[in-house]
Design a protein around this ligand. Structure first.
Ligand code: F6R
Length: 248
């Protein structure tokens, strides 16, 4: 893994937005689709803000962009303000010219008996689109990427997963109490993420410093699923000073 440390999350986010915009334009010039894997949560918000600004002020078009989000709570209605579906529209899709048909977010409303089949089809949609050109990630304090909690297999695919207690505690404020946080989620697998041609993980703040150190300097292990990124040939961690504070 390659690390880049910025003074603050704003400058780091701008750099990442620039890289994404450059890729979108390069694909556009070649007459190709640009397939982006996207994350929710607090970490990527400023990246999306900057991409929206570039769309409005610099003519950056999303007409050739196809997106696949990492995860969604399960069960979860699309129009629930806590859903990742809602989040993505609020922070990005409602403000750019992306074709709604090109937006893919795991569906939190699929019935349990159809879920396995649904997960397989999500996986094959990514393949049909030509694979992920770029995957944006955050990291949870359990070492999860997407919602691949400790114990996730190196080759795991899109599936339903039980959220770790720490992950639910971290989500509790947004849900106004732990008891309201869903127990499950649908997530792309570690195998899905690893196939991306380029991976950029964002981590901001002192709260992430310990898991960032374990991920970059620790042994590769399913106990910290993000350590699997050590074996990716084109993964960069974009950190602020606080998140990088424990690196040796
Ligand atoms: C979100 C996701 C999660 C988050 C992680 C960090 O789509 O896949 O892995 O990236 O939980 O969340 P924040 O950025 O809120 O600290």
């Amino acid at each position: 893994i390659h690390n880049v440390i910025f003074n603050d999350s704003k400058t780091g986010s701008f750099e990442v937005a620039k890289e994404i915009a450059k890729l979108i334009r390069k694909k556009q010039e070649a007459g190709k689709k640009c397939v982006l894997g996207l994350a929710t949560g607090s970490s990527p918000i400023k990246v999306y803000e900057e991409l929206v600004r570039m769309h409005k002020e610099e003519g950056l078009s999303f007409k050739n962009v196809v997106t696949f989000n990492l995860d969604e709570y399960y069960p979860m209605e699309r129009n629930n303000i806590q859903s990742y579906h809602y989040f993505m529209h609020q922070h990005l899709f409602d403000h750019v010219d992306i074709d709604p048909a090109n937006v893919n977010i795991p569906d939190g409303t699929v019935s349990p008996d159809k879920l396995q089949k649904y997960c397989r089809s999500y996986e094959s949609q990514i393949e049909k689109a030509g694979g992920l050109d770029f995957q944006l990630l955050g990291i949870g304090r359990t070492g999860h990427i997407g919602f691949n909690e400790p114990g996730s297999h190196f080759n795991s695919a899109t599936r339903d997963i039980t959220l770790d207690h720490i992950t639910r505690v971290d989500a509790a404020p947004a849900f106004k109490g732990l008891e309201n946080v869903p127990r499950k989620a649908v997530t792309m697998g570690i195998g899905t993420i690893r196939k991306a041609k380029r991976i950029v993980l964002l981590a901001w703040g002192q709260n992430k410093s310990e898991i960032v150190r374990e991920t970059i300097e620790g042994e590769i292990s399913s106990e910290v699923p993000a350590t699997y990124l050590q074996e990716h040939s084109n993964a960069t961690f974009v950190l602020d000073k606080e998140a990088a504070a424990h690196l040796t």
